[in-house]
Design a protein around this ligand. Structure first.
Ligand code: NMX
Ligand code: MLT
Length: 473
């Protein structure tokens, strides 16, 4: 009874905190003291850290000199493809099977992670819990994390003013990354470092920054969306909604199916092991002890490239250009011609291929299943299905493409478009909100494990030529 009373007191304080920004920190600390440790992510993490630190120490001392493979000149010249060089605990990518988050495949996550509605899509806050602790949370734990994220979501006013300083025509990713840089002003890590915090405690303000950042991103992202596309009319957070549901709501989409799509979308885009451009950038920048805001803003700038996260924008624009030129009922022959025209124009077919994957991306497959369930007759979905048949044989015919199959970005746009989020230039921002969950989870572990500054060796062409001559002699 006493527990329930304190929970209800806490919710009252939290809803006041949303209106009164200055209260939010004290409310958060109150939560840490009053909620049961089982429901508190930070307490769970604190218990796990010592055993993982010991594990890393043992790995280093017992196996530090074991070789993981040879580095070839091709790898150095070929974007480090196939070179194992990073520690990334939160997820692992198998070229054929796709991503596993802490050992769980996407279908397993869909089955095991808590959902906002019965048999619904997984909640991103459940995945955040899983990435950080390696454990599947209960529904109560996911709900408690939802509530905690809402309590951390208040945005200082200067962030909006900073975004407003940019022309409204600036790319949504530019506006979003600028908003993240403006949030950095509140970094707990930076303040603690300036005060001389001991390195054994680095993970604690990193955790605070990471949860604040993850909590605040949907508000910043929807601010950018509403500013550019809806005359600046923003929609406040709904305290009764979970993370994904609230994000859809603040963007202006209250269709329950769109909320489910957003939960799935945010969950599957979170993490893709450590070597992808955004995760690797975030990790590299963070290795200099830059705080989570600085590191994540850098990651976003990598995500904004067309070969990486911007591909979701490119896919929908490309699909719409196909429709504009050939109509919705395009034949497979016409589609083949269009694909060849793209390739002959020296462009890539967006949404196909991958740096590591060698089969269809399971993130594509689960979005396809969502479409088959909810929008089987959508004309653009049918076009995406046709592309699945037409594009891979053509890419194989080129003879150089290592993976002709579709990736995550080949599908996401048509789903969003179906529910009314038609502005393709905005799509990478959604990817960015999601990717923060993976990057920040690993960043907290980087600090807990005391991972060092990242600094690989580079060489010149002359160095390589001389080395190869000597090796051949
Ligand atoms: N369309 C045309 N050419 C392609 C494609 C494609 N979809 N995929 C690979 N190639 C080309 C590639 O440009 C390269 O050509 P060149 O030797 O003339 O430079 C050649 O095939 C070999 O590339 P791969 O080794 O197969 O692929 P790599 O690992 O270098 O690149 C991607 C991976 C994802 C950058 C590449 O497949 C691509 O550009 N895809 C289209 C863009 C895209 O969908 N990106 C999103 C990836 C997922 N994400 O969200 O980040
Ligand atoms: C990602 O999700 O980061 C992309 O699939 C790219 C990658 O893994 O390299």
């Amino acid at each position: 009874m006493v527990f329930f009373r304190s929970v209800s007191l806490l919710s009252k304080l939290r809803s006041r905190a949303v209106r009164q920004p200055n209260l939010s920190n004290s409310v958060r600390w109150l939560q840490i003291q009053t909620s049961s440790p089982d429901l508190d992510l930070r307490s769970q993490l604190k218990d796990l850290i010592p055993e993982q630190q010991d594990r890393l120490k043992k790995l280093k001392s017992e196996h530090g000199k074991v070789q993981l493979g040879n580095i070839t000149v091709d790898m150095v010249l070929g974007g480090m493809r196939g070179m194992t060089g990073l520690l990334w605990e939160t997820s692992l990518l198998d070229p054929d099977e796709g991503i596993r988050f802490r050992g769980l495949s996407i279908p397993e996550c869909q089955k095991l992670l808590p959902s906002a509605k019965p048999s619904g899509e997984p909640m991103p806050e459940g995945l955040l819990w899983l990435l950080l602790t390696g454990k599947v949370p209960t529904k109560e734990q996911a709900d408690s994390l939802s509530e905690e994220l809402r309590s951390r979501a208040t945005i200082p006013d200067h962030v909006f003013k900073t975004i407003e300083a940019l022309p409204v025509t600036a790319h949504p990713m530019t506006q979003f990354a600028t908003g993240v840089m403006a949030l950095q002003v509140q970094s707990e890590f930076q303040k603690a470092y300036e005060k001389g915090i001991h390195k054994s405690k680095f993970w604690e303000p990193t955790y605070e920054d990471s949860l604040n950042l993850i909590a605040q991103l949907p508000t910043v992202a929807s601010y950018v969306y509403r500013r550019i596309y809806k005359n600046g009319q923003t929609i406040p957070m709904d305290d009764s909604l979970d993370y994904g549901g609230n994000f859809a709501h603040m963007l202006g989409f209250d269709n329950p199916e769109m909320k489910e799509l957003m939960r799935l979308y945010v969950t599957i885009h979170t993490d893709h092991e450590g070597g992808n451009v955004s995760a690797h950038t975030g990790h590299l920048v963070a290795s200099a002890l830059s705080d989570p805001y600085l590191s994540f803003a850098a990651a976003l700038n990598g995500l904004a490239g067309p070969l990486h996260g911007l591909a979701n924008q490119e896919v929908l624009l490309w699909i719409k250009s196909v429709v504009e030129e050939c109509g919705e009922n395009i034949t497979k022959e016409q589609l083949k011609d269009y694909v060849w025209k793209t390739l002959n124009g020296g462009k890539v077919v967006p949404g196909f291929g991958h740096g590591v994957l060698r089969k269809t991306d399971p993130r594509y497959t689960c979005q396809r299943e969502f479409a088959l369930k909810h929008l089987p007759n959508d004309p653009l979905f049918q076009l995406v299905s046709k592309l699945y048949e037409v594009v891979p044989p053509i890419l194989l015919e080129l003879g150089k493409v290592k993976n002709p199959w579709p990736n995550v970005d080949a599908h996401s746009g048509v789903l969003l478009n179906h529910y009314g989020l038609t502005e393709a230039r905005y799509y990478t921002v959604l990817f960015g909100v999601s990717r923060a969950i993976g990057i920040c989870s690993q960043l907290i572990w980087d600090r807990a494990l005391g991972l060092p500054l990242e600094r690989p060796k580079s060489v010149t062409m002359e160095w390589l030529e001389n080395y190869c001559k000597k090796a051949a002699a």
